[in-house]
Ligand binder design. Structure first.
Ligand code: HEC
Length: 122
C-alpha cells in the first residue's frame, strides 16, 4: 500500500522539527523588514515554511543550529548561491536559488534574524 507508506514517511520526516518552531510567536513584522519577508516568502518559504517554521521539504530556521554563532550570515548567502548538500536533516539537498541577488539575501537574512530573535533563539 503506497499511500499509508508515504504518509508514514511524511510523519517520520516531520518529527525532527524543533519544538521551538511551533511555539514561535506571530509577531507583526516591522516595516523595514517587509521586503525581506516578501522575498523570503517568494524564494524560501516553499521549503523553509511561512515564518521560517519549516515544512516537509526543508528545516525551520527557528532552531538553535541556525543562530548566528552556528550559521553566520555567510552560510545564508552561500546556501542560496551554491545550494546545500544535505547534512543536518533528512530533507535532501537544497538547490541553489536562481534570481535572488546578494541584496535580496541581505534583506532575507535580516528578516530571518528578526524571526529568530522573536522566537528567543538568540
Ligand atoms: C527546494 C527547497 C528549498 C528552498 C526553496 C530553499 N531551501 Fe534552504 N534548505 C533546504 C534544505 C532541504 C536544507 C537542509 C540541508 C541539510 O542541512 O540537510 C536547507 C538548508 C538551508 C540553510 C542551512 C545551510 C547550512 O550551511 O547548513 C540555509 C542557510 C538555507 N537553507 C537558506 C535558504 C534561503 C535563504 C532560501 C531562499 C533564498 C532557501 N534556503 C530556499 C531546502 C530549500
Amino acid at each position: 500500500m503506497l499511500l499509508p507508506a508515504a504518509m508514514a514517511l511524511a510523519l517520520f520526516v516531520a518529527v525532527p522539527l524543533s519544538a521551538d518552531a511551533a511555539d514561535a510567536p506571530d509577531a507583526n513584522v516591522p516595516t523595514a523588514l517587509a521586503k525581506g519577508q516578501a522575498l523570503f516568502n517568494t524564494n524560501c518559504s516553499v521549503c523553509h515554511g511561512v515564518g521560517a517554521r519549516g515544512t516537509k521539504q526543508g528545516p525551520p530556521f527557528l532552531d538553535k543550529i541556525y543562530e548566528p554563532n552556528h550559521h553566520a550570515d555567510s552560510a545564508f548567502y552561500r546556501a542560496a548561491e551554491m545550494g546545500v548538500r544535505a547534512h543536518h536533516w533528512r530533507f535532501g539537498d537544497m538547490p541553489k536559488i536562481p534570481g535572488v541577488t546578494r541584496d535580496d539575501l541581505t534583506q532575507i537574512i535580516a528578516y530571518i534574524r528578526w524571526l529568530q530573535k522573536q522566537a528567543g533563539i538568540f
